[in-house]
Design a protein around this ligand. Structure first.
Ligand code: BES
Ligand code: MN
Ligand code: ZN
Length: 477
């Protein structure tokens, strides 16, 4: 059962309550009885951040509004507090919680966000799980926010759950075709359109990159076109989102080693999942923007006919590429989608991809690597959106000098740069296939985690969804 997040100021008296208070205003919290106020005051003076009161019929969790260097970090501290609160709620086996913000700062939204995202669990393949969370409903019950704000947030967070589900799904249950079927279901549920192009259509479109990566596979590739086009769209040119949909990356003939490498590669469609999540949230929230999602999907494996290092392929835009490493497959399928995007005359194209280990080594799990040609205003807007949702971005340059590393002896380009700055040469490769304002997010470090990281959780995180949704919704206003 997914978590419910709703707005209701008339919650039952015996519901468990989380009250957010300001450090210096304990005596003004009427929800606390006088002895409770005294106790909380004492605790606050001893620097407690989290005070647990047991009223027998229900519990009250008092949270002191965190102090932080700026507004963004305060929001993040509240999300983190939500994560800490969930640990306590699990211990107490709570099924529902109502949040009351007594600081008049909309703090409840961020606490709820951290709680909700921390409460994600993937139980599909567990026949039993004694550690499963009991929390089902989070109610924001204070008047500093309104029902629409809560519903918008709930839809975005639900989209994050959907994305995590997609990414956590193992390849045994997710071929490219099965992935497309999953996208189709999400389109139906979210209310956006989808068109799934099969192998024949992909061949007739001459998507040589996608076909080459798919060559060693037993399963056909798909090319998925998602669309949210409301009548009140504010943009005449669409926003196009492109997602890397490698449902499993063995590396192909340039085979990956298993430990901490190939064994994680069911997550190589996290970019595609994020694109789907943004479309889902946009449609559910009826965002007044025309948005298109393009998702090339395939697995990457060695097989009888697999593309081999040294092969030359012809891409959708007619350029030739010498494939020197079959493990640099993401850029090949993305390049075809980026060149296909041209026909929409886009306002902006944003791609999301678990593209390089190099991006992961550069910033670890703490930030998304970003590059682009969209200009300062767009880059600044994305950075701001990232700071607000704490999906922070680190921009890398697309200097001309890096392009030389992609010169091939026999083709227009090779798919492999030198040993250093691999995330940048991957970006330079993609740039060759763009002819419009474009931004590239490399989410290799952030999409899938091997140890719990607060409300981002463990395994799939849903990286990129809240960031891109937030940016787009800021453009819709
Ligand atoms: N899917 C991988 C990148 C990746 C690595 C994602 C680690 C998540 C975690 C990508 O297809 C890949 O194999 N990239 C190679 C490129 C290299 C051969 C130029 C890499 O980064 O090693
Ligand atoms: Mn690869
Ligand atoms: Zn890959």
């Amino acid at each position: 059962m997914p978590t419910q997040l709703k707005y209701d100021t008339s919650f039952a008296k015996n519901t468990d309550l989380a009250i957010i208070i300001a450090k210096d205003a304990v005596s003004q919290v009427q929800e606390l009885q006088p002895e409770e106020q005294n106790y909380v005051q004492q605790q606050v003076e001893q620097d407690a951040k989290f005070i647990n009161l047991n009223r027998y019929s229900h519990r009250v969790y008092v949270l002191v509004l965190p102090e932080a260097k700026n507004e963004e970090l305060k929001k993040e501290a509240l999300r983190q507090a939500g994560h800490a609160l969930l640990k306590q709620l699990k211990t107490d086996k709570a099924e529902q919680i109502a949040i009351l913000d007594k600081t008049n700062s909309q703090a409840g939204l961020y606490l709820a966000e951290g709680l909700y995202l921390s409460n994600y669990q993937h139980l599909k393949y567990k026949t039993k799980d004694p550690k499963a969370s009991t929390l089902q409903t989070i109610t924001i019950a204070d008047e500093t926010v309104n029902a629409e704000q809560v519903q918008e947030l709930a839809n975005v967070l639900e989209a994050v759950y959907k994305v995590r589900d997609l990414v956590n799904e193992p390849h045994s249950h997710q071929s490219a075709m099965q992935f497309s079927e999953q996208l189709e279901e999400l389109a139906k549920e979210g209310g956006f359109d989808i068109e799934i192009l099969d192998e024949l259509r992909i061949q007739s479109l001459k998507m040589g990159g996608l076909l080459a990566v798919n060559q060693g596979s037993e399963e056909p590739a798909t090319f998925n076109i998602l669309e949210w086009k409301p009548e009140n769209a504010k943009n005449s040119k669409p926003y196009v989102l492109v997602g890397k949909g490698v449902v499993y990356d063995t590396g192909g003939l340039s085979l990956k080693p298993t430990p901490q490498s190939m064994d994680y590669m069911k997550s190589d469609m996290a970019g595609a999942a994020a694109v789907t999540g943004v479309l889902y949230a946009a449609a559910k929230n009826k965002l007044p923007l025309h948005i298109i999602g393009l998702i090339p999907a395939t697995d990457n494996r060695p097989g009888g006919r697999a593309v081999a290092p040294g092969d030359v392929i012809t891409m959708h835009n007619g350029m030739t590429v010498e494939v020197l490493n079959t493990d640099a497959e993401g850029r090949l399928i993305l390049a075809d989608a980026l060149s296909f995007a041209k026909k929409y005359d886009p306002e902006l194209v944003i791609d999301l991809a678990t593209l390089t280990g190099s991006a992961m080594r550069a910033v670890g799990k703490e930030g998304l690597v970003v590059m682009g040609t969209a200009g300062e205003e767009v880059m600044a807007g994305l950075k701001k959106a990232g700071d607000i949702v704490h999906e922070r971005t680190v921009e890398f340059p697309l200097w001309d000098e890096y392009r030389k590393q992609l010169d091939s002896e026999i083709a227009d380009l090779k798919n492999l740069g030198g040993a250093d700055a691999g995330h940048i040469t991957a970006g330079k490769f993609l740039e060759e296939f763009t002819s419009y304002p474009w931004v590239h997010f490399d989410i290799a470090g952030t999409a899938y985690l091997h140890a719990e990281d607060s409300y981002r959780g463990k395994l799939a995180t849903g990286s990129g969804v809240r960031l891109v949704y937030n940016y787009l919704s800021s453009q819709a206003r």
